[in-house]
Structure formats: structure tokens, C-alpha cells
Ligand binder design. Structure first.
Ligand SMILES: Nc1ncnc2c1ncn2[C@@H]1O[C@H](COP(=O)(O)OP(=O)(O)OP(=O)(O)O)[C@@H](O)[C@H]1O
Length: 268
């Protein structure tokens, strides 16, 4: 496990290792009074999975939405591939917590929705959507409607939609919050596999320390509001083995414990 002090986070990029997303001095104040984020400077490397973790209300979702271009920062800038973000863009896809599926459309059409918006012809978008519906484990459900699916399956449709538009960066707001524990674990395993196959950059908001440690190459710990970067951790966990063995590994348990000790002061 490597601990990186917040102040030096992300200052080690080399030309071959340029960050895909960079936040520079991000501040966010809601309504002139509620300071949600304070001076967030972070770099996200291409192909890495980063979790944003911190106490409730510390600004995790706010930061994710600012990166997505769905919210404007009060001060500071987000750069994606070196270019300032002025709004949503095709290189970033946001997977909503509440799935944001169209209830009247089939799984396939929902998965193809981003492509439809981009004006991709029907045959091509359906072919691409079909591929990703299969990749997220929903083969055979293409013609079902959202109400015929479990919460976990709906979440997968949201992920298929984000993958289908071929965005480099997938932004996920508590992707596992609305599903039961077994579904959650399966989805986490699938996400690790998908990340290897797809080589996407994932930025995930989570409440769960275990989830952050299990999934992430990097964990950004935010302090209570106003959210600041308290610590950046790089869990050094070998994820190639049996998922249950990983969860029993000393390095997994030690890091989970370390983070909990760091966070518990905020909840006591
Ligand atoms: N539209 C808004 N107007 C005013 N205040 C807001 C708005 N959105 C969020 N906030 C406040 O900003 C702070 C950060 O909110 P945010 O949802 O980003 O936190 P979070 O860390 O994602 O929270 P949680 O873990 O509970 O989901 C909170 O105090 C919240 O009440």
C-alpha cells in the first residue's frame, strides 16, 4: 500500500503517463453560502479506476458532476485530455445512481440511447448496443423493459449505455447502492473484468470502504464539508485471484481498517 500525501497528489505525471482528467483548484459554493468543495487538485490516469470516498455530504457527487460537465465549479477548472471542460462531452459518460432508463423502451433501445442521441444509424447502434448488453451480462434480455428487470440488471443497462458510446471516462455515482449484497459483489467483479477488457478510466463515488479498496487503483478520501482532498491512497492489491480470497487478504483488510480509522473521527 502506498500513501500519497494530498499535497503531492498527481504531480508525478510524465509525458507517457499524462492524466486523462485533471481538476485544478476546484471550488464549489451552492447558493452563495454552502461551500461543498474547496481547492480540489487531482489527476486521474488513463485506464485507472478511482473511487471518491468520504463522509456523507462531503461533495463526492458534486465533484463527479463537475467532472461530467453537468455542474459548473464556482472557481477552478477541469481538463480532459488537456482541454478545459465547458459542459458534457462525448469522452465522458455519466452513469446515474437512479439508472435514468426510459421505462417505455427495451433494454436494447435503452442501451443504444446515447448512440441514438449522437445520430448513429439504427443498424449500427443496435449492433453496438447488443455487444455491450452481452458484455455486461444481459444477453437474452434485449427485448425486456426496465420494469421486468431487477435493480442490478437496470444498473447494468446504464453501464451498457455508457460503454456503447465509447467514452474514455465512465463516471459512476454510487453504482452499487440500489442492489443487494450478492448482486453488488457480482457487479464489482464484473466491473474489474470489464475494466481490463475495455481499458476505460472509471471514477466512482462510493460510501463503502470495502468497495473502494476492492475495486480501485486509487482512492481519494475527501474531508467533511467543505470537501477537500484529505488523502490519496493507492491500494496495492492483487486482484487476479479468487474474489473471496482477495477480501480475506491481509493487505485488503489492513487498508480497509486504516481508512475506517481515518474516517471514524467524522462520524463519532
Ligand atoms: N443543489 C444544491 N443546492 C444546495 N446545496 C447543495 C446542492 N447539492 C448539494 N448540496 C450540498 O452540498 C454538499 C455536498 O453534496 P454532495 O451531494 O455532493 O455530497 P456527497 O458527498 O455526494 O453526499 P452523499 O454521500 O450523502 O451522497 C452537501 O452539504 C449538500 O447538502
Amino acid at each position: 500500500m502506498a500513501h500519497t500525501p494530498a499535497s503531492s497528489a498527481g504531480t508525478t505525471a510524465t509525458p507517457v503517463d499524462l492524466p486523462i482528467v485533471k481538476t485544478e483548484g476546484i471550488h464549489k459554493v451552492y447558493g452563495g453560502t454552502v461551500q461543498a468543495l474547496k481547492d480540489i487538485n487531482l489527476e486521474f490516469k488513463r485506464g485507472e479506476m478511482t473511487s471518491l470516498l468520504g463522509p456523507s455530504g462531503c461533495g463526492k457527487t458534486t465533484l463527479l458532476k463537475i467532472i461530467a460537465g453537468l455542474l459548473k465549479p464556482t472557481a477552478g477548472e477541469v481538463r480532459v485530455n488537456g482541454k478545459p471542460v465547458t459542459g458534457p462531452g462525448p469522452e465522458r459518460a455519466f452513469v446515474f445512481q437512479d439508472f435514468a432508463l426510459m421505462p417505455w423502451a427495451t433494454v436494447l433501445r435503452n442501451a443504444a440511447f446515447g448512440l441514438e442521441q449522437q445520430g448513429v444509424a439504427r443498424a449500427e447502434r443496435e449492433e453496438r448496443a447488443r455487444h455491450y448488453v452481452e458484455e455486461v451480462g444481459l444477453a437474452g434480455f434485449e427485448d425486456k423493459y426496465p420494469h421486468e428487470l431487477s435493480g442490478g440488471m437496470r444498473q447494468r443497462v446504464g453501464l451498457a449505455r455508457a460503454l456503447a458510446v465509447d467514452a474514455d471516462v465512465l463516471l459512476m455515482d454510487e453504482p452499487f447502492s440500489a442492489v443487494d449484497e450478492q448482486t453488488r459483489r457480482k457487479f464489482q467483479e464484473d466491473l474489474i473484468r470489464l475494466r481490463e477488457v475495455e481499458n476505460k478510466t472509471f471514477i466512482i463515488v462510493t460510501h463503502s470502504i470495502e468497495e473502494a479498496v476492492y475495486l480501485s487503483d486509487r482512492i481519494v478520501l475527501l474531508s467533511p464539508r467543505p470537501g477537500r482532498v484529505a488523502q490519496v491512497l493507492d491500494p496495492d492489491i492483487n486482484r487476479t485471484g479468487d474474489p473471496d480470497a482477495i477480501r480475506r487478504a491481509p493487505e485488503y483488510l489492513d487498508l480497509t481498517d486504516d481508512i475506517w480509522r481515518g474516517l471514524r473521527e467524522y462520524v463519532e
